[in-house]
Design a protein around this ligand. Sequence first.
Ligand code: MSP
Length: 511
Amino acid sequence: MKKIYITTPIYYVNDKPHVGHAYTSIACDSLSRFYRLMGCEVFFLTGTDEHGLKIQQSAENKNINVQDFVDSVSENFQSLSSSLMLTNDYFIRTTSENHKKSASFFWQTLVDRGQIYLDKYAGWYSIRDEAYYQEDEIVDGKAPSGSDVEWVEEPSYFFRLSEWQEPLIKFYRDNPDFISPKSRYNEVLKFVESGLRDLSVSRTSFTWGIKVPGNESHVMYVWLDALVNYLSAIGYPDVSSESFKKFWPADFHIVGKDILRFHGVYWPAFLMAADLPLPKRLVAHGWWTVEKEKMSKSLGNVVDPNEVVSEFGLDQFRYFLLREVPFGNDGDFSRESLIARINADLANNLGNLINRVFAMTAKNFDGKIPGYSDILESEHALQNKIIDLVELFKKHFSATEFSKALSVVIEIVSLINKYIDTQKPWSLAKNENTSRLSTVLRTSLESIRVVSFLIYPVMPKSSLKILESLGFQEESLSFSPEKINNFNFLSEDWVVKSLDLLFPKIDKNIS
Ligand code: MSP
């Protein structure tokens, strides 16, 4: 069985989760669900990043003990995991004892391999980005991200990043698919080619972090600590443990474009230095603005995913995020586009298809799944097109092209709607042509069943509702061709259960 290891970044616990966090998590969850149906053993990891100055300051500003603060914010992220129906196999916290041991071991390995030395740091640091910046990166006194920077001078351990410049370049060239989209690959390559300096990997001016082994006046740089979470969660430092052997190297690190440098440069360099295999793919997604504005607390436009879910529904939210923009591009989160997308694709197209086919089955066959009698070219043509499109869906999804994969699903739905419009089952019923009527409805029901499989990764709730009314449970779901492409999947003994409206149409004028 093929093993797949998928990770989200671990989220800073300085504030409540927002739509940007939900986006990365939903993408990873959908990818995990997809690979499970492809027959793979998946390990899907998410969690919280709980150290560093930013978090220490957030707790101090609220006058809360730092540990109590991170416990409560991490809890918000864990409960978001369940309200978004994430199927993560583990939730890692960097304040856990296991992770601290793992990060300390990793540090010591770098020391033992001559990769870390003590010196002094003098330069710019952004607390919001938890990142060091070079003098030539500072624009009008700010970090390239627009964050404030402060001048820092303190004793610091350094990682010999500069030694890894050539091995990194060779690695990128040998593995052109390591980073996607291509534009991000080029960005990373250019950055590394422009020269790497050794990286400061410890701080002495605050205490909220993992203590440096052997020198407790230093805490580890939060990014070194955080990146190691991907190893800790699967058993590191026990590299001979079953889970580590099974799942390392990771197959997909999915991250936002803002944290590409850490994952595309520092992380592979750390791993090479520790003599561990490198992850296979790093996928960088774009950023969401809200009604065309950057999302920010000061603008008061931070979107709470729980509120969107309670107003529009979980599947609708998940679908919108993954369908609206190609993964990798930036997108704008607006009520208008959310409503337009739900109404066009889900209410009018998919919802309408299910309603009419289920209603006709109820009316003409008392809901019993009809058998095929005379299968004509029209049925063969539809089935063959669907089978081809299922392959295309898989190709897109496995390449994290969620939007393209979902547009394939909508194409299938439109084809089925068109098939029904052409076959006119209502006329067949009127003319008492029962044999054609049963064939047309059976073909439509089987095609809807295919759609219910395909929407599972992104819209698990609706998928399971459709499937259940057709007489199946989650265990029947599979993307293996024998299952998904089997147009004799449904049982003629089953009476289709009526469904509540899956995707109610939303009134555009609601505010
Ligand atoms: N703690 C680090 C990651 C460490 S991983 C070893 C971190 N955390 S974060 O909470 O700031 O961001 C987590 C993820 O949320 C990132 O992938 C980031 O890109 C994503 N997003 C935060 N705001 C976003 C938007 N407005 N839009 C889309 N994604 C955004 O970085």
